[in-house]
Write a protein that binds this ligand. Structure first.
Ligand code: SF4
Length: 429
């Protein structure tokens, strides 16, 4: 399956072109220069010298209305928000999780959803105050909140800033009324513009989410949305291609979408425009001014650790000899009940050695500049030698470049990211 450059959506915002050409010779190192024998490779166990950086993710599971393309864990807030109960549960959830992250510094916090801006500034302040009290939060921690451009939410932006949020991520999607309507969004173009203005007044670090490849969208409109977004001089832009995800209304009743060629042209125009305005295309869907990459999402892509609290939140936590993945109860009421019982985690498993290597590549190869070779061992606790065969194959097919201790997707690899990742898929016995 082909994965276009900007086509994968990693959840809200979330989750640097390198023009070097593939160099097959990089893959032709004599194998006998490697110290480990194949039998030893098979027996390699996870062993961390130092644990990866840790982030905190806080999930708010409600939205005013469910968008027809959305497959996130978001629920219509039909009978109100249960704000007080939910904030208390989040704090209790964090307290219960503490033994798993004792003493570890937290570098970023991301309050995502759902629609976190449905919560009052007071609720956000309570969540952040608890995080500061319970965790060693880095002094300059990046603290992002996802917000929607509705009028009520925009009025709260000043309060979020006072509460300690220092980065606002706005789910604009489009500045065009017809396309917002086709996406089932509850805000209109005027509200999107107003929200972007207010965000700029109160924050010096904002992200705008845009979508393209929308139902019946002419190519010019995608470019126009990017031009309008640039008018607000955001530090970061996330541009997602609309995809029809299973279990969504759009998947059941697909709208008429632009064809592959038109979508590629939209993508090309957006990339060119943003590059001309000084934004680096550093990840599949993400563009940033220098030093303004999303530190939180970068930690995901560099296979760092994260503790996720809230309904349906996921965690990845490393220990000296293993990596655990956890998922919390998805339904808001089930989550509240589970926290009350003292056990918010619904499922937990240790990530196997082969899956660890694959998951690392699945994240790190989204980065246009790829990763330093040493990062693999730092973040998986394994030697990069476990991927010796796969790296060789990806290099021979021109999908991966390995040069001066860096491993990065080539332009071809970025265009056909799924083909590249399939090489690293672990064989199932
Ligand atoms: S506002 Fe965002 S999280 Fe909520 S339903 Fe729409 S796309 Fe999903």
């Amino acid at each position: 399956m082909v994965l276009r450059g900007l086509s994968t959506r990693m959840g809200g915002e979330a989750q640097q072109n390198d023009e070097r050409q593939p160099s097959a010779s990089c893959y032709n190192r004599p194998m006998n220069t490697y110290p480990l024998h194949p039998v030893e490779l098979k027996e390699q166990t996870v062993n961390f010298r130092a644990l990866p950086p840790l982030s905190l993710y806080v999930h708010v599971p409600w939205c005013a209305r469910k968008c027809p393309y959305c497959d996130f864990n978001s629920h219509e807030a039909r009978s109100g928000l249960l704000e007080r109960e939910y904030v208390a549960a989040l704090i209790r959830d964090l307290e219960l999780a503490l033994p798993q992250i004792w003493g570890r510094k937290v570098y970023t916090v991301f309050i995502g959803g759902g629609t976190p801006s449905l919560l009052s500034a007071r609720a956000i302040e309570d969540i952040l105050a608890a995080a500061r009290m319970l965790l060693p939060l880095e002094v300059n921690a990046e603290i992002t909140l996802e917000a929607n451009p509705g009028t009520v939410e925009a009025e709260r932006f000043a309060g979020y800033r006072s509460a300690g949020v220092n980065r606002l991520s706005l789910g604009i999607q489009s500045f065009n009324d017809a396309h917002l309507k086709a996406l089932g969004r509850i805000h209109n173009a005027a509200e999107a513009r107003r929200a972007a203005e207010i965000a700029r007044q109160h924050f010096d670090n904002i992200n705008l989410d845009l979508m393209y490849g929308l139902p019946q969208q002419p190519i010019e409109d995608a470019g126009q949305d990017a031009v309008t977004a640039l008018g607000y001089a955001p530090q970061h832009l996330s541009c997602y291609h609309l995809t029809l995800e299973p279990n969504t209304a759009f998947h059941r009743h697909p709208p008429a979408l632009p064809d592959e060629e038109a979508s590629s042209e939209m993508q090309r125009r957006i990339e060119q425009l943003l590059a001309a305005h000084g934004y680096r295309h550093y990840e599949t869907s993400a563009f940033a001014k220098p030093q303004k990459q999303s530190r939180h999402n970068l930690n995901y892509w560099q296979f760092g650790d994260y503790l996720g609290i809230g309904a349906g939140a996921h965690s990845k936590l490393s220990f000296s000899d293993k990596v655990l993945r956890q998922a919390r109860h998805k339904q808001p009421q089930a989550y509240l009940d589970a926290v009350a019982r003292g056990s918010p985690v619904q499922a937990e498993h240790e990530v196997g050695r082969d899956d660890l290597a694959f998951e690392f590549m699945m994240n790190a190869l989204r980065l246009n500049e790829g990763f330093d070779e040493a990062l693999f061992a730092e973040r998986t606790g394994l030697s990069l030698l476990v991927l010796r065969r796969e790296l060789g194959e990806a290099g021979r097919r021109g999908l991966l470049l390995r040069d001066r201790q860096r491993i990065a997707p080539t332009e071809l690899g970025r265009r056909f990211l799924n083909d590249l990742l399939q090489i690293f898929l672990p064989a199932k016995n």
